[in-house]
Write a protein that binds this ligand. Sequence first.
Ligand SMILES: [Mg+2]
Length: 173
Amino acid sequence: MSRAAKRPAAFLDRDGVLIFDSGYPHAPEHLRLMPGAAQAVRRLNEAGYVTVIVTNQSGVARGMFSEETMHGFNHMLIERLAEEGGRIDAVYACPFHEEAVEARYRHPDHPDRKPNPGMLLRAIAEHGLDSSLSLMIGDKGSDMEAARRAGVVGHRFTEGDDLDQFVAGLLTG
Ligand SMILES: [Mg+2]
């Protein structure tokens, strides 16, 4: 590890936080930004947080859409946020599920699948992040649990609220 100070991360759940959770969103028409989403990401950028999406995507395992489609959808989301000034630095997505139709996505308890902390722990290692300064925003108990197990403070967001107001509240403490 370099001597540079480790940076704080903002771990962001995707469905129900950055976008509305329409149920396995994966097509362009499913991309509905949460109110204040791009502004929230920009606020985190400006406050020095590395912004990392961490998202369970069992729709891949369930055969509802391909991993390629998932990556394409994530890319589209990143572009939409960027158009409004919000920069996403990294994306971690977990396609695995215990009841996967395809064997390669079948896992009884994949370390990446929230509430397991695998995606957060990998991001922390790969990007030189300081977990103790980091935060996680999610809409489910599994997000809070994954955060806790990664040594990150979790904040529960309610879908439909203004994400920028929520983040502003967190940053001013
Ligand atoms: Mg969610």
